[in-house]
Ligand binder design. Structure first.
Ligand code: GAF
Length: 481
């Protein structure tokens, strides 16, 4: 699913695992829990507490046909269900080759054509450096091994016809006219990127495309940036051009600003575009330069815990925080947050007042923490990340106020497991207001930690979280045919 009031895409894991499918704008915030191969929603079995979670509405029985867990538009023939696997607390990722095969099959099923160009772009998780990419700070995300995939072929018309694994009518986008902001809302991410190519003088040929995703939506894992980077990469393939990676990421960020109306920073699109296997993407948001930092120690695992509490940035909270930081900076009289110190913030504390003063304290503190974390990583001092992640979470909770009780709970459970239980550090990740936490832990204890997070969180909230391990993965790319 694409957060920020956009589309939703989901590819389920294996038989028996629960998947979450969220729908596009028309059914905004609808969530269906289903079991691969069952063909029916499980809402009858859904505890009442689930049905009333903030921002969630669990559907009644749902008429869909499974397609390795996703939904076939137009009612095509489902693939055989995968073999059952043992249940684990860790949600397995659908492999990229499987997603690519499913996207090609979806394209054939809906439009009756073979894929000639296929693009993939990942979501991201951020280890540390939150809400400071729009404050000239440092951020330390990586591309996760969960992707949005688009399979396409030219159709000889002046239109893009784009179907998704969610089903419904394909979106039809006339090309080479100024792209409007309109419905379906999820297609605005695509329109914004198409506009970016038009602005650069590209004449876009008509094409048919099919989108499928394994990036959990509304989970603070940048499914919208993945969608933007995916269509941008697809268009590169269709018009046989290669944009500079930074230019591509900035084009996608502009699409988000202008077409999703979220004044985001550069972190998500940079992580999706620049991601590399076994590398963190350390971004200096003042210079806009990414640096790839090795992260390949097999003894370390990054667990991502999706609280299943909906994350929506376009409802104003994000923009309000950004405005707070602009006001806070103006009060210090500095040109950039990089030049501001905690003493500067304290000097104007009374003048800025609450909450701007606390937002400012977060920004200065988080920039310092992220620099320290990057220095520690350069020395392979992973243990140093624990206290930094803890302080980051506390600051986001108390000063920046973008956490929520479910995120706090997930972090508290990880903290209680503690260093002896294998947890090095835990914090909320991404924009907040719901979404996911990130837990850095010892690989040998990751399964047990995931089980504890899952059990204790579900016991306390009645919500089953989605928990998975992820390693730094390849960023947006064309898939060879
Ligand atoms: C969202 C935004 F899109 C990013 O630019 C960043 O600000 C993040 O929230 C918070 O760190 O993902």
């Amino acid at each position: 699913m694409v957060r920020r009031d956009g589309a939703a895409f989901f590819t389920a894991s294996k038989l028996g695992a629960l998947g979450v499918l969220a729908f596009p704008s028309s059914l905004k915030q609808s969530i269906v829990i289903f079991r691969t191969g069952s063909g029916r929603g499980l809402s009858e079995n859904t505890p009442p507490s689930h049905q009333t979670r903030t921002g969630f509405r669990f559907a009644k029985a749902v008429d869909f046909r499974t397609f390795r867990g996703a939904v076939l538009p137009g009612g095509g023939t489902p693939l055989p269900a995968p073999k059952p696997t043992l249940m684990s607390s860790l949600d397995p990722a659908t492999s990229l080759p499987d997603l690519v095969a499913d996207a090609a099959a979806g394209l054939k099923n809906v439009f009756g054509v073979e894929a000639t160009v296929t693009a993939a772009a990942p979501g991201r998780v951020n280890l540390i450096g939150e809400h400071i990419d729009y404050c000239d700070g440092f951020v330390l995300p990586f591309a996760i091994d969960r992707y949005i995939v688009m399979a396409a072929t030219l159709n000889g018309t002046g239109e893009a016809r784009i179907a998704t694994a969610l089903g419904g009518e394909p979106a039809v986008l006339p090309l080479n006219i100024p792209q409007p902001v309109t419905t379906p809302k999820w297609a605005n991410y695509l329109r914004g990127v198409i506009q970016g190519f038009q602005d650069r003088g590209h004449h876009l040929p008509g094409f048919d495309a099919y989108i499928i995703s394994s990036v959990p939506g509304g989970a603070g894992l940048s499914s919208s940036a993945a969608l933007e980077c995916c269509i941008a990469t697809l268009l590169e393939g269709l018009v046989d051009t290669v944009l500079d990676t930074k230019e591509k990421a900035l084009l996608c960020q502009k699409a988000e600003h202008d077409y999703a109306l979220v004044p985001c920073g550069i972190m998500d699109q940079f992580a999706s575009a620049f991601g590399k296997t076994n590398r963190l993407v350390l971004i200096d948001c003042q210079t806009g330069e990414p640096e790839l930092v090795p992260f390949e120690n097999p003894d370390l695992t990054v667990l991502i815990a999706n609280t299943m509490v909906h994350h929506e940035l376009s409802d104003g909270g994000y923009a309000a925080r950004r405005k707070n930081t602009e006001d806070g900076l103006a009060a210090t009289g500095k040109k950039s947050w990089r030049d501001a110190t905690m003493a500067d913030v304290e000097t104007v504390w009374e003048q800025t007042g609450d909450p701007v003063n606390r937002r400012s304290r977060h920004v200065v503190g988080e920039i310092a923490r992220t620099k320290t974390a990057a220095e520690a990583l350069a020395k392979n001092d992973y243990e140093a990340l624990g206290p930094l992640m803890a302080a980051s979470h506390d600051s986001l909770r108390d000063d920046f106020e973008v956490s929520c009780k479910e995120l706090d709970l997930m972090v508290e459970i990880a903290r209680a497991i503690g260093r002896n239980g294998g947890v090095i550090g835990a914090r909320m990740t991404g924009g907040g207001f719901g979404g996911s936490t990130v837990t850095l832990c010892e690989s040998g204890k990751a399964e047990a930690i995931a089980a504890t997070l899952s059990q204790q969180y579900e016991a306390a909230t009645g919500i089953k979280p989605q928990i998975f391990a992820s390693r730094p993965s390849q960023g947006a790319h064309l898939v060879q045919h």
